[in-house]
Ligand binder design. Structure first.
Ligand SMILES: [Fe+2]
Length: 389
């Protein structure tokens, strides 16, 4: 970016409370904003992990009224959002807590939209289509990856169309994000690995996108460095609080970067792959990230060289092109070390030519790949999918 010619915008709209044990502060936040009856939105895994119990104990100790919904599904659906909204209305709630991974936080965002905006949620697809701001959202992530705790986005699945719909609006930034690394300690290893790869995808895509600007680049670079250093030890031992703290931080920094720097071809493709074949978001991103990086290398060798160096590769005395290529090698090695599958075949998914065409077209039509540093056509997207077959 040429600072003499170009301009940019940046803003963060979420109060971030980071630190071990800070879940304890939830009652004082609820009192500050005078919520009378708050709805906790979470999934069965979190309900059984002890995290929900901890949260309920804290609320009960301060006599705070709340309701609980524990049936959020992975890849949250419009159907579930409607169910939660019904409960919200029946119980006269006035704010929503998303406790969990991206699915719980994105469901909480969907409920916030539905409460204040009548009609079908599909009409709000895209950017800034939501007329009314809904109830406040408090995000309490239990994974380190989504970034949803600070972003303006929710991704909801429309089961009728087998379609993952993105809704982006300034109304969707959570009011407060409580980042308590202790909440990561019960995360299963596989989930720690793929959600970490989601965070890395946010960091790399926003850093290299054609929408990158100085602040998102700074955030992206720092997130890449933290993930390069801490994702392996975190996946190996989620009770390692130093690793957990650094990954939680990296996830939120990467989320802050992509609010403005955007994501690109990796996310454009991972949405239809998730919507149609139920591939977990982080896993789909992990499959796609090295391939899309390879495709994008020539857009900016210097940036990919920087990524390589931050991921621990030695880049001294190498040409920019060769050094840039090492970023792909570093990501591939990370995926190997995390024992994440590297192809659709490994997860027993085989796509016909027609299916690949549909996924590529849907990815293209979503407009997400418009932020890709190199132009991508449907044909390019088809060849990227063919590479991860
Ligand atoms: Fe993502």
């Amino acid at each position: 970016m040429n600072l003499l010619k170009d301009s940019f915008e940046f803003g963060l709209h979420t109060q971030i409370n980071f630190g071990i044990g800070r879940l304890q502060e939830l009652p004082s936040i609820i009192q500050k904003y005078q919520y009378k009856n708050i709805l906790i939105c979470t999934d069965p895994g979190i309900a059984n992990s002890g995290a929900l119990d901890r949260l309920e104990t804290i609320l009960k100790s301060e006599n705070i009224s709340y309701e609980v919904f524990t049936e959020v599904e992975p890849d949250p659906t419009i159907r579930v959002v409607k169910k939660v909204e019904q409960l919200y209305q029946e119980k006269n709630c006035d704010a929503i807590i998303g406790l969990g991974g991206g699915s719980s936080i994105d469901t909480a965002k969907g409920v916030s939209i539905a409460v204040a905006n009548p009609g079908d949620l599909t009409q709000f697809e895209g950017k800034n289509q939501i007329p009314n701001r809904g109830p406040d959202i408090i995000a309490i992530p239990t994974t380190a990856g989504t970034g949803s705790e600070v972003t303006h986005a929710t991704v909801l699945k429309d089961e009728d169309r087998k379609y993952k719909m993105g809704i982006l609006s300034e109304h969707l930034h959570p009011k407060v994000a409580i980042l308590d690394p202790e909440l990561l300690t019960t995360l299963p290893r596989g989930l720690a690995a793929i959600t970490g790869m989601d965070a890395l995808s946010h960091a790399i895509e926003s850093y290299t996108s054609n929408q990158a600007q100085p602040i998102t680049e700074a955030l992206g670079l720092h997130a890449i460095e933290l993930i390069g250093k801490w994702l392996r030890p975190f996946a190996a031992d989620r009770t390692n609080l130093e690793a957990a703290s650094n990954m939680m931080l990296a996830s939120t920094i990467a989320g802050s970067a992509f609010i403005w720097g955007r994501v690109a071809a990796v996310h454009a493709l991972s949405h239809p792959l998730g919507g149609r074949y139920n591939i977990a978001h982080g896993l789909a991103n992990s499959l796609l990230l090295p391939v899309v990086m390879e495709y994008n290398l020539s857009s900016n060798f210097q940036k990919f060289k920087n990524i390589a160096a931050l991921l621990g590769e030695s880049v001294h005395d190498l040409s920019d092109r060769t050094a840039a290529g090492k970023s792909v090698k570093a990501v591939n090695e990370l995926v190997t070390d995390l024992e994440i599958p590297k192809s659709l075949k490994e997860i027993n998914i085989e796509l016909s030519e027609e299916e690949i065409q549909v996924v590529a077209q849907e990815a293209f039509d979503s407009g997400i790949a418009n932020a890709n540093p190199k132009n991508v056509s449907v044909k390019d997207l088809i060849s990227i999918i063919n590479t991860i077959k």
